[in-house]
Structure formats: structure tokens, C-alpha cells
Design a protein around this ligand. Structure first.
Ligand code: MN
Ligand code: MN
Length: 370
């Protein structure tokens, strides 16, 4: 757990004031982690944080989490509840103790389920809950601070070691799942608590499906293998892809790999403050199109990342967002030729004053194993 960051809480309070909001009901545990340093997935239990425009906030947590919240140095209100208690009613009572008749409040529309929202609306029938906090939090999380960058670097380092373990496991006849299992075993054996998503290992033509899953297919010799993996470090993730060869790659495989590599490197070199997200996408896309493979690059160039791999900014055509230092995103061009092969090369980077730095450093050249 990391210590809380009062600065982020102050920014949120400012936003509440600017928008005439009496309170924000925060239900996404990642948002709570971002604001407080306390990170825990409550699953079906209730975890909420209520931030007021002009009073101290409180956290409402399962009783078994109360001591953990204290350990991050949380200086404000903290209430626990037992599984047999009516947690929601308790939260509403704590809000009413502070503000009897709120006029306007914000909820995280991308996170709060209807079954948790309707009781809230019923408890506060006069309150306008139309303000959506989700984009506000996304905007706050868009620019990473130095402590966040440090965590992302450590997650990137763990991903580099995971690649090493995966490459070492490569052998024709082993299944994709076996390789993924060996890679994850080695990674967790180094005390990495979790992967940020299920490790993807795809061999030969199976890699042509960029949304496919790691399967029981056996690895073929003289074919490409695509790895896409990530790890979690103190709530921050890594996400990287490499495509390597098992045995000797054909000239066609080398050519496709080389084009994707050039596109990836060119896009990464093009990143700097002042450029738009669309321009970075275009840099990579132009190279793949000129090489004649444009129709096989079937997704955006990249996505924002940090506490998850689904953050802003989206690096794609049509996004005129101007890059700023501290933004973090993936650069992951790919060429997917059905019934033939798939190549993707991905690094996540953070924008610096005059360029960008990747979080992962594993070689992107076409490495050969076996
Ligand atoms: Mn990615
Ligand atoms: Mn990935």
C-alpha cells in the first residue's frame, strides 16, 4: 500500500465546488486507490468513499479492511461494517449526518450498478445524481505523477523478466497454455502478485486473431509466436507484446515482423508533447500501409494505461488530443493475416518533456529460439 496523496483529493474537492456538487459517491475501488492509496477489490461487498465539497470525506469499508485503510495514513472518517449489517443504509446515514438535504451529487456512472444506485436515489429523493464523475476521474488519472511513473517502471521491469521466462520455455509440441503457465509460474515465483491480464501466447496462424485466447494448440517449429503480457506492481500495470520465432522464420515472416517493428519504432520516436494522438497513430499506420499491409492492421495504435490497461488517451485516428508530459499509453502496431500469421510489437511509454520513454526494454528484434 502506498501513502495517500492529499493533492488528488484537493483537485476532486475543487471540481465538486466548481460544479455545485454537495458530494461525490465513489464506488470504483481503483478510484479509491488513486485518491487514498488504499487499494482493495471488495468484490460483492460494499466499499465506498464519499467526498464532500466543504467537509472531510469518509471511507466506508468491510470490517475486515478497516485496519488496512488505517495503515495508509487515512486521516479522515472511516466506518466498517459486518457482513450481516445493512451497509448501504449505514452509508446513507453517514451522509445525512453531514448534509441533510443534498441538492446535487456525483456518481461514477461507469461503475455504480443499478442495484446500488436505486437505493441511493431512494434515500435521497430530492438529490440530482445526473453528474457523471467517471470522465472527471479519467481526466485526473490521465497525467501521471512521478510516483506513478516509478511504479509503472517496476511493472515494466517485471514484464521484461516474464518475457525472458516465456522465451526460455519455448519448445515445439508444448501448448500455448503450457508456455503461458511456465511464464506465469516463473513470474509469481519472483513474488509478482498478479498478471494484469491472462497471458497471451499464440502460435503461427492462431496469432492472426488479435482477440483470440491462449489455447491448447501445440507450438509449431519454424513459426512465429506472439506473446502479450503484463504484471501488476502496487496497483499499476505493465502491458507489452513481443513476437519471436521458434526455429527458423521464413522470409515472409521476417518481412512482416520488420514492417511492424519499423512502425512501432517510428511511432515511439514521434511521441512528444504537442503532437496529437492521431498523428502518432498515423506515423505507424502510414508505414504499414506503404508496405502494402494496411488492411491487416485492424485496431487502433494504442490505449492509455496506468492502474489499468483501459485508460485515456486512446491513440487512434480522429483523436486530436494533444500529448502532454506524464501521459502513458501503449504503442502496439500489428499485422494479422488470416490463416497465415500475426505479429504485434507493443511497448507502453510515458511522455517526457521532449519525447517518451518505454516501460519495457526487452529486445524488439525478431529473436529466434529452439
Ligand atoms: Mn495493450
Ligand atoms: Mn498488450
Amino acid at each position: 500500500m502506498t501513502k495517500m496523496n492529499e493533492n488528488r483529493l484537493n483537485k476532486l474537492r475543487q471540481i465538486l465546488n466548481q460544479n455545485g456538487l454537495d458530494f461525490a459517491y465513489i464506488s470504483d475501488f481503483k478510484t479509491i486507490q488513486y485518491l487514498t492509496g488504499f487499494g482493495s477489490n471488495p468484490y460483492e461487498r460494499i466499499l465506498a468513499m464519499v467526498v464532500f465539497s466543504d467537509q472531510d470525506p469518509f471511507i466506508f469499508a468491510p470490517a475486515l479492511e478497516v485496519e488496512v485503510v488505517k495503515s495508509v495514513g487515512w486521516p479522515y472518517g472511516l466506518y466498517g461494517y459486518q457482513d450481516n449489517e445493512d451497509g448501504l443504509q449505514m452509508i446513507y446515514d453517514h451522509i445525512k449526518e453531514r448534509i441533510a438535504q443534498p441538492k446535487k451529487a456525483a456518481v461514477e456512472k461507469d461503475n455504480l450498478t443499478l442495484s446500488r444506485f436505486y437505493p441511493l436515489q431512494t434515500a435521497f429523493p430530492e438529490t440530482d445524481f445526473s453528474f457523471d464523475l467517471t470522465p472527471v476521474i479519467e481526466r485526473l488519472r490521465l497525467i501521471k505523477e512521478s510516483d506513478e511513473i516509478e511504479k509503472l517502471k517496476q511493472a515494466g521491469h517485471d514484464a521484461d523478466l516474464a518475457f525472458e521466462a516465456g522465451f526460455k520455455a519455448l519448445k515445439a509440441g508444448k501448448s500455448e497454455l503450457q508456455i503461458a503457465a511456465e511464464l506465469e509460474y516463473a513470474t509469481k515465483s519472483r513474488n509478482v502478485p498478479e498478471m494484469s491480464f491472462g497471458t497471451l501466447v499464440q502460435t503461427a496462424e492462431h496469432a492472426a486473431d488479435p482477440h483470440g485466447e491462449t489455447s491448447s494448440l501445440p507450438l509449431k517449429n519454424n513459426a512465429l509466436v506472439l506473446f502479450d503480457l503484463g504484471t501488476v506492481y502496487k496497483g499499476y500495470i505493465s502491458d507489452a507484446s513481443r513476437t519471436v520465432a521458434l526455429g527458423t522464420p521464413s522470409d515472409h515472416m521476417r518481412e512482416v515482423h520488420q514492417i511492424v517493428l519499423e512502425a512501432q519504432l517510428a511511432a515511439q520516436a514521434a511521441v512528444k508533447p504537442g503532437k496529437t494522438a492521431a498523428e502518432i497513430d498515423k506515423t505507424a499506420r502510414d508505414i504499414i500501409e506503404k508496405a502494402g499491409f494496411g488492411q491487416y492492421f485492424i485496431h487502433r495504435l494504442g490505449h492509455g494505461m496506468g492502474m489499468s490497461e483501459h485508460e485515456f488517451p486512446s491513440i487512434m485516428q480522429g483523436n486530436d488530443l494533444v500529448l502532454e508530459p506524464g501521459m502513458c499509453f501503449s504503442i502496439e502496431p500489428g499485422i494479422y493475416i488470416p490463416n497465415d500469421l500475426g505479429v504485434r510489437i507493443e511497448d507502453c511509454v510515458y511522455v517526457t518533456k521532449d519525447g517518451c520513454e518505454p516501460f519495457t526494454h526487452m529486445s524488439k528484434k525478431l529473436q529466434q529460439f529452439g
